[in-house]
Design a protein around this ligand. Sequence first.
Ligand SMILES: [Ca+2]
Ligand SMILES: [Ca+2]
Length: 122
Amino acid sequence: MLDGGGSEAYGTTISSYVWTGAPDPDDVATPALLGLPLGVYEFTLVVTDSEAHAGAPDTVTIFVKRPSDINGDQAFNAVDVQLVINAALGLDIGGLDADVDGNADVNAVDVQTVTNAALGVG
Ligand SMILES: [Ca+2]
Ligand SMILES: [Ca+2]
């Protein structure tokens, strides 16, 4: 989900949110983006206040990846396995998310899931 709800207008109120990008999000504060294919997306938000002043465009980049693709390169291989092993060992993997099953713990289950993905069996 995109969130433009933190935008502020000084002394006025925000009257519109205009998002551009492909696919083109709904022009609301927090448009939902569901079912995007894997890839990298860029969206730009322009907010306009009640006096028709448009703010500077704000651009966000969104990466859609499968959870097992730890480094987001669209491939499942030994690099992903090594990253999740490193994370399970408590090593720094540069802010990547190695918690494949989303249980807030990186452990052997995540390692096995990524290994299976790399082997094409999961
Ligand atoms: Ca990968
Ligand atoms: Ca986990």
